[in-house]
Design a protein around this ligand. Sequence first.
Ligand code: HPA
Length: 273
Amino acid sequence: MLTFDDYREGASALSEKLGGFRPEVLIILGSGLGNLGDRLTDPIVIPYREIPHMRFSTAPGHKGRFLAGRLGGRNVLMMQGRLHIYEGWAAEDAVFPVRIAKLIGVESMIVTNAAGGINTGFKPGELMLISDFIKLNCVNPLIGPNIEKFGPRFPDMSKVFDREYMAKFRAVAEAKGENIHEGVYFYCTGPQYETPAEIRAMRLLGADAVGMSTVPECIAARHCGMRILGITLVTNMAAGILDKPLSGEEVIEAGNASSERLSSYVEEFLERM
Ligand code: HPA
């Protein structure tokens, strides 16, 4: 298990590589959504492999590096590529960057992801503000000795996603003429896509979208008191809704197709934040 000293070592290495730059917001970029990084002029680039105790990204469309710079009038730290549990990383590894960001003073997190639409009112290419999540499996970054310096043994999860941030992001999208959805994200570890029976079960349980990321990071971020905005891009309809198989290529392509639009919303959200 990682100890608090390991997080501290990771945080000091990150801080050192950032020089005097002090990020306020951590932005985690989902599949195909990595080009928000292009909006930073002269970013500080830090490959994950240069941070002690940190794992690296192996998923397609995930570069595996931090980018730091100014965006929307804020100092941001971006993860161009996240760490997924399906890559073989432990849950605590997947949330390591969130915790070291907190240790260097980051108090807010924006997470984006690609997900399958379970709600049949959704269409690929549409955005959903995450209002809550469902995680019924045992994967959990907080299992193990609690690190009190991050948060309590039994943290409250009754409002994981910040209501003020949600309203502001919605206002940004509406000002651009887009009405976005709001809904519940169901977390599956993957890497296989779900079965149609699983999707029907998730719908009965109240889920609107399904994906293989985000929830571990949000649990760790709430544990240490960060404010969170979660945005899902519906890249495909979930298994069994349409009569066609799901593919990773389709997800990346749909991510790329919406990346510019979502990036512009995030930038404007940062201005209003
Ligand atoms: N299921 C799980 N994860 C996903 C999906 C999906 O349909 N689409 C994008 N990520």
